[in-house]
Design a protein around this ligand. Structure first.
Ligand SMILES: *[C@@H]1O[C@H](CO)[C@@H](O)[C@H](O)[C@H]1NC(C)=O
Ligand SMILES: *[C@@H]1O[C@H](CO)[C@@H](O)[C@H](O)[C@H]1NC(C)=O
Ligand SMILES: *[C@@H]1O[C@H](CO)[C@@H](O)[C@H](O)[C@H]1NC(C)=O
Ligand SMILES: *[C@@H]1O[C@H](CO)[C@@H](O)[C@H](O)[C@H]1NC(C)=O
Ligand SMILES: *[C@@H]1O[C@H](CO)[C@@H](O)[C@H](O)[C@H]1NC(C)=O
Ligand SMILES: *[C@@H]1O[C@H](CO)[C@@H](O)[C@H](O)[C@H]1NC(C)=O
Ligand SMILES: *[C@@H]1O[C@H](CO)[C@@H](O)[C@H](O)[C@H]1NC(C)=O
Ligand SMILES: *[C@@H]1O[C@H](CO)[C@@H](O)[C@H](O)[C@H]1NC(C)=O
Length: 404
């Protein structure tokens, strides 16, 4: 009895192995234009190759496959309205869905591990079923979709998170702890971005957000920018150093900026066109700026009480009557500005200094002019004014590139 059971099960194993080895459908790329094509691989627990959906498939169900050692892709298929992979737990390379204008349903309820997720140009889908939660991925790009939610993307570490032009997305809650490159922007709707667990990031850009919670970020080793958002407050209470640049540009509802622990910015520091920002007092500990400073707006005060070194030039311009240049003049008098120009302008005052870097640090020569109406701008300042007149985004990029 025991013996025959063993025989039978051994026989079954041999047969299965034989079936799999002769059955190399499990080991070569599959282009599936019908459900029948997909059914041919339903015996492949592990599929070694790429699965590529193609026209005129309408409804694709990947039964049986638990792991794809390759990619799963669907690109530019007008007929495709639904995709399901009920048993699939892992995709080694890419889950790539793009230009799927009829897709209304996508279901990956068992999926936990993916190389790269690309969801690009899908304008009929509300959500994707990731019931088990994708906890491991390398990069995620979600662009130009009608997704209303990104539930189930539960990874903690990512190389790249790029979410742009998803105009129905109103909330983003991620359990992400670290990310190398993060770029979040939408277009029409304002989005609430919640990254409460994020502690380290390489390069972060936020555009078009209503709220941004990055309260746990303590280290940014490249650039951090907030551009054209509608946030009223930016608060990064634990951040102590930004190795690249910091840019806060064209945030028209912004009234409060708070970086209480920030001591150094490795690159440039730009605060411009935040029309409601009256005080730039949120940098009480900032000591050094490795690039240039450009502050333009209608702020009353822009005192950085601990700032002692700016390695680039400085442009501070406010059209507020209450603004004065005294703290900046003091910094300049103390040789704190190492770049080749310093310019400070208020509604009724203007100081412009061309700094002769050749004589630094014992700077004695330097054409200084204090003028009621116009300022004589140095070459460095003129360059910055030129940057200002390009588009907001271009200006930020130019700034980030030129000031690092
Ligand atoms: C999508 O496929 C159509 C033909 O079905 C083709 O004309 C079009 O150029 C394709 N678009 C892209 C972006 O590949
Ligand atoms: C930051 O990320 C953006 C795209 O998200 C990229 O274009 C830029 O080059 C990156 N900058 C740095 C300094 O890594
Ligand atoms: C912030 O990070 C610390 C560890 O640095 C962690 O203990 C804490 O739970 C985090 N807070 C949130 C809200 O995630
Ligand atoms: C920034 O940190 C990431 C890891 O978070 C690392 O891969 C990258 O090399 C670092 N870049 C710099 C410029 O230090
Ligand atoms: C800023 O955001 C608004 C929508 O909030 C958009 O219409 C405008 O084009 C954006 N401007 C830039 C320069 O991105
Ligand atoms: C600005 O934000 C900080 C931190 O969130 C807060 O402590 C402070 O009271 C706010 N200031 C104003 C004027 O809202
Ligand atoms: C300049 O403005 C600061 C506040 O930003 C104020 O404390 C100081 O008294 C002002 N100095 C002059 C000369 O008006
Ligand atoms: C500030 O806004 C003005 C007009 O709205 C625009 O011309 C200029 O390019 C903007 N500057 C920056 C640095 O974004």
């Amino acid at each position: 009895m025991h013996f025959s059971t063993l025989m039978i099960s051994t026989l079954a194993m041999v047969m299965k192995a034989f079936a799999q080895s002769s059955n190399d459908v499990c080991e070569k790329d599959l282009t599936a234009s019908s459900q029948a094509d997909l059914d041919k691989i339903s015996g492949c627990e592990t599929f070694k190759g790429d699965i590529i959906l193609s026209s005129p498939i309408a409804s694709a169900v990947l039964n049986g496959v638990e792991k794809i050692e390759g990619s799963f892709t669907a690109n530019n298929i007008t007929t495709l309205s639904s995709i399901a992979a009920p048993q699939l737990t892992e995709i080694e390379n890419n889950l790539d869905l793009r230009i799927l204008e009829s897709l209304t349903s996508a279901s990956f309820p068992a999926l936990t591990t993916v190389g790269n997720i690309n969801f690009i140009t899908m304008n009929k889908i509300d959500g994707i079923d990731f019931a088990a939660g994708v906890s491991k991925a390398s990069s995620v790009i979600i662009s130009d979709t009608s997704l209303k939610t990104l539930k189930g993307l539960d990874f903690e570490n990512l190389q790249l998170l790029n979410i742009n032009n998803n105009k129905y997305l109103t909330a983003m809650d991620f359990s992400l702890k670290s990310v190398n490159e993060l770029d979040i922007s939408s277009t029409a709707n304002n989005v609430e971005i919640n990254l409460p667990f994020l502690t380290t990031a390489h390069n972060m850009t936020f555009r078009d957000a209503k709220t941004i919670n990055i309260a746990n970020v303590s280290q940014v080793n490249s650039t951090l920018s907030f551009v054209n958002t509608s946030v009223s407050s930016i608060s990064v209470p634990k951040l102590s150093s930004i190795e690249g640049s910091l840019a806060i540009v064209s945030n028209h509802d912004l009234t409060n900026v708070s970086f209480p622990k920030l001591t150094q910015i490795g690159g440039g520091f730009q605060v411009a066109n935040n029309s409601k920002l009256e005080k730039l007092s949120g940098f009480p500990e900032l000591e050094t700026v490795g690039g240039a400073i450009e502050f333009i707006g209608s702020f009353e005060d822009a005192d950085l009480p601990k700032l002692d070194t700016v390695r680039g030039g400085v442009v501070v311009e406010s059209n507020s009557e209450d603004f004065n240049c005294s703290s900046w003049n003091e910094l300049n008098d103390d040789n704190g500005i190492r770049g080749d120009s310093y310019q400070c302008k208020g509604a009724s005052i203007s100081t412009s200094v061309a700094i002769d870097t050749a004589t630094q640090p014992a700077r004695t020569s330097g054409a200084e002019s204090t003028d009621e109406a116009t300022s004589t701008s140095s070459a460095g300042a003129a360059q910055l004014v030129g940057v200002e007149s390009t588009s907001v985004f271009g200006a930020v990029l130019l700034f980030l590139v030129s000031m690092i």
